[in-house]
Design a protein around this ligand. Sequence first.
Ligand SMILES: [Zn+2]
Length: 443
Amino acid sequence: MLTIEELKSKVCQEIDRRGEEIIGVAQAILETPETGFREERTSHLVAQKFAELGIPYRDSLAITGIKGVLQGGSDGPTVAVLGELDSLIVPDHPKADPETGAAHACGHHAQIGMLIGVAVGLTGSGVLPFLAGGVALMAVPAEEYIEIEFRESLRKGGKISFLGGKPELIKLGEFDDVDMAMMTHTTPIQKGRKLALGGTSNGTIAKQIQFIGRGAHAGGAPHRGINALNAAMIALSAIHAQRETFKDADTIRVHPIITKGGEAVNIVPADVRMETFVRGKTLEAIKDANEKVDRALRAGALAVGGSVRITTLPGYLPMANDPNLQQVYRSNAISVVGKGKVVPGGRHGTGSTDMGDVSHIMPAIHPFAGGATGISHGNDYLIEDYQLAVINPAKAMVMTVLDMLADGAARGKEVLAKSKPRMTKQEYLASMEELLTEEVYES
Ligand SMILES: [Zn+2]
């Protein structure tokens, strides 16, 4: 019988031995960036790797998701390790797809590298018979909440129910047999630190807005038109006027964009579209800010005598790391990169992730790995050091999996016994459905 420490060193040796192959997967995905629910080539590559490693899997989950499952030698809990398949759209990124503008400006390709690293470590080292329970290896679509119009067309066509990959997989039941979950995101960590435990994050809702006016000759008869662009401008100012009412503690973020500004320059704009997120630290704070945003949108329509259609879509819930699982991860992170190289947890980030949704229904962690440079979501965001961005986090996660499932899954069962998920799956789905609203305001 091998000790947990011996199991860990076998798995890490295997990951080191095949490091080049593991990093190669991440680098291959960097060259073929695809946005959410369109990750066909990326998904195919994961399927190919799973097949090569002899991992049974199912594909086409939430359109492009893949789930492989490894079984230990006896029964026990199932731990999921996740990697996100999707890219962003940053057309001036050096690795952007020239046709679609898609680019990995958030480092998700490194996450798929980590996922394959965990898979290689577990299958190649011969440790599985020593584990009680299973490991779900999940390549998940659409974490970046973008291309809302495209995703709405998928939703209205019945292909998806939610615009993010993990909410969709939760709804489809792909987390029903999962007891706890983890993933690692890359980030430019400063001051020589290499891994970070992560903290809480903002949740978000998304809004699609259409101002409807009346077209008319912009030079000859503007008085006969109703200018929807002016309605949008007034609404934007009215949103900005709300900002002084947002409490610092709620970390509200509202950041609208105009996705359509008019039809032609010589016609009074009659159809102007916007998208925005309304982010905040708690669902209550998000709902409060959202009411103010709606009021501002109506004000724009009212001022010009037009109308506005406001579609509010459920986004992502705030992230909450499970403290006990995070403690186990912390000691593994230290043993991989050394004490003093791990950024402690507890900080609040104002971005959002659908790992927050997973963390509401089961114990979950969302640590960060260094190795990236540039500005997240910017045209200079690159993975500079793949050892830091892929190999280290793969090891820290797989060691945590071993802690959960070795020794009859004693520690895994302990983490589960101590955790108090905030919602059941049913409560989660009900709260998501409640957030979906559509209003047409006519002045
Ligand atoms: Zn990301």
